[in-house]
Each structure stands twice: as C-alpha cells, then as structure tokens.
Design a binder for this molecule. Sequence first.
Ligand code: NAD
Length: 486
Amino acid sequence: MADDIRQVQHFIDGRFVDAADGATFTSVSPIDNQVIATVAEGGASEVDRAVAAARAAFDDWSWMDPAERRSILYRIADGIDARQDELAAWETRDMGKPITAARTKDMPRSATNFRFFADWAEQVATETYAKPWDGVLSYTLREPLGVVGSISPWNFPLMLLTWKVAPALAFGCTVVAKPAEQSPITAGILAEICDEAGLPPGVFNLVHGFGPDSAGEAITRHPAIDAVTFTGESNTGRAIMEAAAPTMKRLSFEMGGRSANIVCADADLDEAVAGALRGIFVNQGEVCLAGSRLLVQRPVYDEFVARFVEGAEAWQVGNPLEESTQMGPLVSAEHLDKVLGYIDLAQEEGAKLLTGGHRITDGDLAQGNYLAPTVFAEATNEMRCVREEIFGPVEMILPFDEVDEAIAIANDSPFGLAGMVWTENLHTAHRVAREVKTGTMWVNCFFVRDLRAPFGGYKSSGLGREGGDHSYDFFTEAKAVVMKLK
Ligand code: NAD
C-alpha cells in the first residue's frame, strides 16, 4: 500500500488504539476507488472498553461547571476551524462531496454544532410551578442522561456526527460514537482535536466498524448505554429499535425521506428552478432532505420542466477536489449500482427519461462513481421508483392541477422528513405548510436550518426531534421535585 494511506484508529479512554484482535478495514475514495485509509475495525470488545471508559468519565463530566465544559467545547470548535482545509479535503476524498461544500458548509457547521450547544447548555433554564394556595412548589431538575451511543451515516460525515456528539457532551453526557464505515476519516481527526482541546479521557470515545454483528449493533445492545441517537436508513432504524428493546434505551432516529417539492403556478420561477435543482443535485442527491418528488402545477409545467432539464445538463459534474465542481461521485460503486438499478426500474415502470441516466466515464472520471444528473417525467406516485428512497441525483417530476392534489400526493408516502413549496400566495404557503405531514417544510427556500428549531421526521423518517430544547430533552432526564412550603 502507498505511504500516504492514512491510519485511522479507535479513540478509547483518551488513547488512540487498534482493535484488540488487530482487525482493520479499508476506506476507498469514490473519486477513483483507490484505498485512502486503513481503519481499525471494532466490535463488541472495543464497544465494551469504550462504554466502561464513558461510564467512568460520566460523573466528573456531568458535574463539571457548565462554563468549564463550554470552554472545552469551544476549544474543540476552534480546533475544527483551525483544521478546516485539512478536514474538508479528507471529507471530500472519503465520500465524494465537492470540496467547496465541505469547506464552506460542512466544516463551519460542525464547529457551530459545538459552539451552539455549549452556549445553549450554559444558559438553559428549567421550569418552576408555584402553587402557593396548595402550599407546594414544583421545580424541574435536569440531569445528564448518561452514556450515549451515536451512530451516524456517510452523507454529511462530520456534520451529522457533531450534530449528535456536541449536544450530548454539552448537556453532560459521555459518548461512544460510531461513524459510517464508508467515511471514517474526519471522525478520527475530530478525536485528535478533542484530545488536543483537553477533553477528559473517556468523555468522547470513537469506535470504528460496521453495523450488523459489528460495532454498530454492539452499541445498540449494550446494557450500559442509556440512549442511542441514530441517523441513517429507515430499515436500520427498525433493526436498532428491536436490538435496543431489551435494554429499554431512549432512541432518537433521523432517517430516510422522499420529500415533495411543490412548485405552484404563481411561484417565482427563477427561484423555484434554482431551488429545485439544488434540492436534488446538491451533495450528489445523497441528502435525506432532498426534494426528490418534484410536483409542478400544470400551467407552468412545460416551461418549468424545460428550464429544469437545462439546469440539470449545466450542472458541473467532476472531480470534487476541483473548486468548480458542483457534483462529485456517488459514495461507492455499490451505491452507484443501486441508483442505476432505480434508473432501470423507472424506465420499466414507464417514467420518461429526459436527461442523464448513465455513468460518466470521460477521462479520469471513468475511475470513479460518477452519475449524470438524471431527470424523469411522466412518473406517478404509485411507482416504486417514486415511493422508495433512491438517495442519488435522480429527480422524478409529477404534474398536478389543484393544490389539494399536490398535498395529497405529498402525504401519500411512507416518509415525512421534509418538503418545499414555491408560491407567491401567502394562503397557499401557510396551507401547504400546515397540511403536509413532514418534519420540516421550506417555503420559497431549501436547506436553511435554524439549530433552535425541531429537526426530525414523521412516519418512517424519524422518531423524536433534535435541535435546541429538543436535544436538551433527549440528552437529559427531567426530574420533578415537589416541595411543601411551610
Ligand atoms: P445506514 O442506515 O446504512 O447506516 C448508518 C449508520 O448505521 C452507519 O454507521 C452504519 O454502520 C450503521 N448501522 C447499519 N446497520 C446497523 C445495525 N444493524 N445496528 C447498528 N448500526 C447499524 O445509512 P447510510 O447508508 O449510511 O446513510 C444513508 C441514509 O441515511 C439514508 O436513508 C438517508 O436518508 C439517511 N439520512 C437521514 C438523515 C436525517 O437527518 N433524517 C440525514 C442523513 C442521512
């Protein structure tokens, strides 16, 4: 193997360690399918050691003055900022997202996750209920929940890992985290940053590995883990729920989606076209929140579709390490095959391919997992290619006549993660926002987040909410103290 192959170890009890049995796996770059890292492969025994360390660290960490915890978490955020270019380059090499997005979006947001929750935890208040006429005062004590297992996916590796780890630490929990096996490198760098920032040993532990019969499953079954916060596929969520049942863990799931993007005839079409393109092609369409069912009202259907296809064809696909690239390769050859399988299925089911639908193999791109931005029309909501999550740069366009019909189509889905509506009519905007059963509804925008707002999904898209006080609820126990007043 080449010298520049990175070695990624577990981080347990403040030390970088290999697997007890020396097992490793490799991480392959989707840019050229070459190995870029050798990664320690953990299982039940590494999770055991990590949990023991997290338990031992819990009392000191949970009782630490929040201001002191805050300053450590701020140092971690500063460390992410200081190594932003390095982190972004590894993220891009590991999972294929354009370097500009990794540097200007994912890394700053990862640092913000720490600062935001550090501040929140220091300032948050609890409720008091006074009932002087009955002579009692009730107040709420918030106690850190305990040891939290974090299991995260590959599409926003560091950003989603820190979305879980930062609030858990800020609210006084200790953590055993398992990043996705496809993209473990930046999690390893985060462990270095935590170490340098003076995070006490055992507070944040990182165990690499796979899901079933591996580190992921071991976390979900471990009796001394109090909660699991998971982001990934809905079927994985089902498996985790079953595995966690015997030990009654608290669970928070952020899962798959097939969100409707509703373009009304009165929309600002320039903005709607630009928003819809971003809504499906950003991050190679590997976005849980993607607007992957594009519903367009008939009076503007032909014009909108023509402009959308033109935009798809102009979307810059290329090596994600180049600054001008808008779309890199899909995360793995296996995932590319899955997405190509859905493209075949869409054609068998009768949808009409308007553009794309094939691998890009020009020059060096032949070595990687590149797919042309793909657009289908004449799709119906009954088709499997419309109902199931494809998780790639494949848009399905469906026409509608009345807004009622668009709402019904949006709701006729096993998922309910996000949605968008483009309209200049205030009443339509409020109505659609209220009636679509989904965790986040964007009106005339996409992908904008306020970390105070609830984040999660309806139906198979999620369980519970995170963000602001919702994360506070998840990572703490609320105790009612009822005191008799004399
Ligand atoms: P995945 O479910 O295959 O894997 C996610 C994580 O779970 C990985 O770390 C994996 O190793 C682990 N895992 C897999 N099986 C497990 C098991 N049985 N027990 C314990 N851990 C297990 O998902 P993925 O392919 O990495 O990510 C893509 C999916 O994530 C898509 O469905 C996408 O919509 C979803 N996602 C959702 C959100 C959200 O916020 N709702 C955000 C990003 C991605």
